[in-house]
Design a protein around this ligand. Sequence first.
Ligand code: SF4
Length: 183
Amino acid sequence: MFQDQRSKKVILVAHCIFNQNAKMDKTAFYPGAATPVAELLVRSGVGVIQMPCPELGCLGLDRGVNAEEADQPFEKGNTRVVGLMKRDDVNSRCQILADSVICQVEEYRKHGFTVVGLIGVSRSPSCGVDTTWGDDREIPGNGAFIRALQEGLAQIDVTIPMAGIKVQEPEKAVRSVQSILDG
Ligand code: SF4
């Protein structure tokens, strides 16, 4: 099966790399896709799996801010999101979103495709890889969604190379993505 033009390679990519409209208020850097990284991925011939945005899916586009919180600097907003993502009901929804990604990974692997890696977003409370957020600052660690994915992947004995990027640092981001594509 699947002996056609497809590369049989896919990559998991944080939702907002192709759609900055999903970002928390005050944190988008591009009108739509983060162009340098998006163009590299499209040109690579690897199939892009745009993962769901966990904060949009669990908290809404406005992340549920009230009128007083709306004018907070993004650092405070990010810390607020960290707390919300720990709530049991939110955590359950995040787990459902992570499970939907893991199902896709299992399907592709079952049919002999290669999942070449995962591109997350450094410093994000949810999609951070290597760095996430806490106490109004960037800290080492992975975000809530990435941790849920890692736990689910470990249960099926799958390890996927991961890189975190900041789209506001395009040259560094492109180098990190290229390194995942190169294996
Ligand atoms: S980093 Fe993750 S949670 Fe934040 S906007 Fe991007 S996809 Fe959504």
